[in-house]
Design a protein around this ligand. Structure first.
Ligand SMILES: Cc1cc2nc3c(=O)[nH]c(=O)nc-3n(C[C@H](O)[C@H](O)[C@H](O)COP(=O)(O)OP(=O)(O)OC[C@H]3O[C@@H](n4cnc5c(N)ncnc54)[C@H](O)[C@@H]3O)c2cc1C
Length: 471
C-alpha cells in the first residue's frame, strides 16, 4: 500500500462492487479460496437493496422472513476472513484493467488495483415520468422502503401507491405491518399483459415459491380492505394551493377519477443498474421483455473484458436468491482464473448453484410478461419533465428528433438531458424510449447515452489527490 498523504494506492486479488446478495455471496465464496477481496458499497452496511441495514434495522422484526433471511448472509460476510469491507465508499471511476477509483464519504480517495472485478451493483427503480411526478409529495415506492428499512420512518396517513410490479404490493404490505393503511393502490398493469403472462404459467410453476409469495401479498392487502383499482392509465399528480401534492388523477377506460393523497408512491418495476458496465463500454443488449438494457454475459457472469464479471440484478433482473447464486458462480470463475482451482473443480462446485439459479429464475418469464410496462408508462406526454437535473421535457426531446437528432447522444447535445449530476442514470431509459417512439424504431436501434466518468461527482481536490497518487 502507498500513502501519498492525499490518496492511497492499494492492490487486491478481487474487487467486488456492491454488497447486496450477489456481492456478499461472491466475496464470501472468493475469500474461502484465500483470495484478498475488497468489497465496496456506498451504503453504510452490507445488505444491498433488499437486505438494506438488515443487521441493525430497528424494524427488522416487522419486515418479513425474506428480509430477515439476509441477516445470515450479512453476518457471514461480516465475519469472513480475507475480506476488506469498504462501506460509505463509492466507485467513482473504473478502467478495463481493473483500476478503480474509490471515493470515501470522509473525502479520502483510494486507487484500487484489482486482478479481477465482480460488478454487483444491482438494480434501480425504473424511472417512469408522468405529469406532476416532480411535485413535493411524490416519490418512488422503493425510496419509501429505504426510509423504512434504514430509519424506521413511515408516512402518516394519506398514502396512495400507483404503478405496477411486485414491489408495489410488498411496500404496501410493509406499510400495513407498520400500522399505515394505504388509501388505495392504483394499478397500471396493461390488460394485455395478463394474456401474455398466461403463456408462461406452467413454466412458472417450477418457481412456485415466488408466485405464492406474490399471491400472499395480494391476499394480505385484500384482507386489510385496501382498495385496489386495476386498469388505470393517464396518471397525473396534481398540486393543491400550497404547491404540494393534493391528488392523483387517472383514467379507467373513458372515465376519469381522482383520489386525494398527501404522499404518492409510484413504481414501474426495477431495471439493471448498468452505470459501471456502460462506463467500461461493455456490449449491452436490449431486453424487450423487461424493457431495459443488460450487459452481455457468459455463463459465469463473464464479460468481453478479461477479469471483469457481472453478478446479480445488474446483469438482468432475477431477484435476490438468483443474485446470490450468480455471485457464487462468478467467484468460482475468478478463483479458477487466478489459479486457486482447476476447471474441473470450478464446474463441480457450480453444479448446486446452477440448479438453484434455474429454480429461482423459473418464474421470471411469467413475471416479466405480467409486469412489462406499457408504452404509456415509459413514453411520457409532451409536458412531462424527463430529465429532472436539467429540467428537460419530453416535448424538447421530440423537438430534437424533429430537428434531426437520431439518438440519445445527439439529443444530449441539443437539449442537455443526462448532463446533470446524475449523468443520465435517471433519465437515460426514458430518453431512449421517447426517441425510439418518435422515430418509429425499436429502442435497440436508438441506443443509449455514453456514460462519462466520474460516475458520481468528484471535487477538484479529489482529482488532484488522485493525480498525486498515480505519479
Ligand atoms: C429500491 C429497491 C428496493 C428493493 N426492495 C426489494 C425488496 O424489499 N424485496 C425484494 O425481493 N427485492 C427488492 N428489490 C429488488 C432487489 O434489489 C434485488 O432483487 C436484489 O437486491 C438484487 O441483489 P444484488 O446483489 O444484485 O443488488 P443490490 O441488492 O441492489 O445491491 C447492489 C449494491 O451495490 C451498491 N452500489 C451500486 N453502485 C455502486 C457504486 N458506484 N459504488 C459503490 N456501491 C455501489 C448499492 O449501494 C447496493 O448496496 C429492490 C430493488 C430496489 C431498486
Amino acid at each position: 500500500m502507498t500513502d501519498t498523504g492525499h490518496a492511497t494506492v492499494e492492490d487486491c486479488d478481487l474487487a467486488v462492487i456492491g454488497t447486496g446478495p450477489a456481492g456478499m455471496a461472491a466475496a464470501v465464496a472468493a475469500a474461502e479460496f484465500g483470495l484478498a477481496v475488497v468489497a465496496i458499497d456506498e451504503q453504510a452496511a452490507p445488505g444491498g437493496q433488499i437486505y438494506r441495514n438488515v443487521l441493525a434495522s430497528p424494524v427488522a422484526g416487522t419486515l418479513g422472513p425474506d428480509y430477515r433471511r439476509g441477516a445470515e448472509l450479512a453476518a457471514a460476510f461480516n465475519t469472513a476472513q480475507g475480506i476488506s469491507r469498504r462501506h460509505d465508499t463509492t466507485v467513482s471511476m473504473i478502467t478495463p484493467e481493473g483500476e478503480i477509483v474509490l471515493r470515501r464519504d470522509d473525502g479520502k480517495i483510494v486507487l484500487l488495483r484489482a486482478q479481477a472485478v465482480i460488478i454487483a451493483t444491482g438494480a434501480m427503480e425504473r424511472p417512469a415520468p408522468f405529469p406532476g411526478w416532480t411535485l413535493p409529495g411524490v416519490m418512488t415506492a422503493g425510496s419509501a422502503q429505504i426510509l423504512l428499512k434504514a430509519a424506521a420512518v413511515v408516512p402518516a396517513d394519506g398514502v396512495v401507491l400507483a404503478g405496477s410490479g411486485p414491489l408495489l404490493y410488498l411496500v404496501a404490505v410493509q406499510l400495513l405491518d407498520m400500522g399505515v393503511c394505504p388509501g388505495a393502490i392504483i394499478e397500471t398493469t396493461p390488460a394485455a399483459n395478463y394474456r401474455a403472462a398466461a403463456r408462461h404459467w406452467f413454466g412458472a410453476l417450477r418457481g412456485a415459491a415466488t408466485l405464492l409469495k406474490g399471491l400472499g401479498l395480494i391476499t394480505r392487502l385484500k384482507i386489510a380492505r385496501v382498495p385496489m383499482i386495476s386498469g388505470a392509465s393517464g396518471l397525473v399528480a396534481d398540486a393543491g394551493s400550497d404547491g404540494t401534492l393534493a391528488r392523483l388523477k387517472f383514467r379507467r377506460g373513458a372515465r376519469e377519477y381522482s383520489v386525494a393523497c398527501r404522499l404518492l408512491l409510484v413504481h414501474q418495476g426495477v431495471v439493471p443498474n448498468t452505470q459501471i458496465s456502460r462506463a467500461l463500454e461493455l456490449p449491452h443488449d436490449w431486453d424487450d421483455a423487461q424493457r431495459c438494457w443488460r450487459p452481455r454475459l457468459g455463463a459465469w457472469g463473464d464479460t468481453t473484458l478479461p477479469g471483469i464479471y457481472v453478478a446479480g440484478d445488474g446483469g438482468g433482473i432475477g431477484g435476490a436468491l438468483a443474485a446470490e447464486e450468480q455471485g457464487r458462480l462468478a467467484a468460482f470463475a475468478v478463483a479458477c482464473n487466478l489459479g486457486c482451482i482447476d476447471k474441473y473443480e470450478r464446474d463441480r462446485r457450480a453444479a448446486v448453484p446452477r440448479r438453484a439459479l434455474a429454480r429461482h429464475l423459473a418464474a421470471r418469464p411469467f413475471l416479466d410478461a405480467l409486469y412489462r410496462p406499457g408504452d404509456e408508462a415509459v413514453v411520457p406526454t409532451d409536458e412531462t419533465v424527463v430529465c429532472r437535473c436539467e429540467e428537460v421535457t419530453a416535448a424538447e426531446l421530440r423537438r430534437g428528433v424533429a430537428e434531426g437528432c437520431l439518438n440519445p447522444n445527439h439529443v444530449k447535445t441539443y437539449a442537455r438531458p443526462g448532463m446533470g449530476p446524475c449523468q443520465g442514470r435517471m433519465c437515460g431509459l426514458t430518453v431512449a424510449e421517447v426517441i425510439a417512439a418518435a422515430r418509429g424504431l425499436p429502442v435497440a436501434e436508438v441506443g443509449h447515452f455514453h456514460v462519462r466518468q466520474p460516475l458520481k461527482p468528484m471535487t477538484l481536490g479529489e482529482f488532484a489527490a488522485l493525480a498525486d497518487a498515480m505519479k
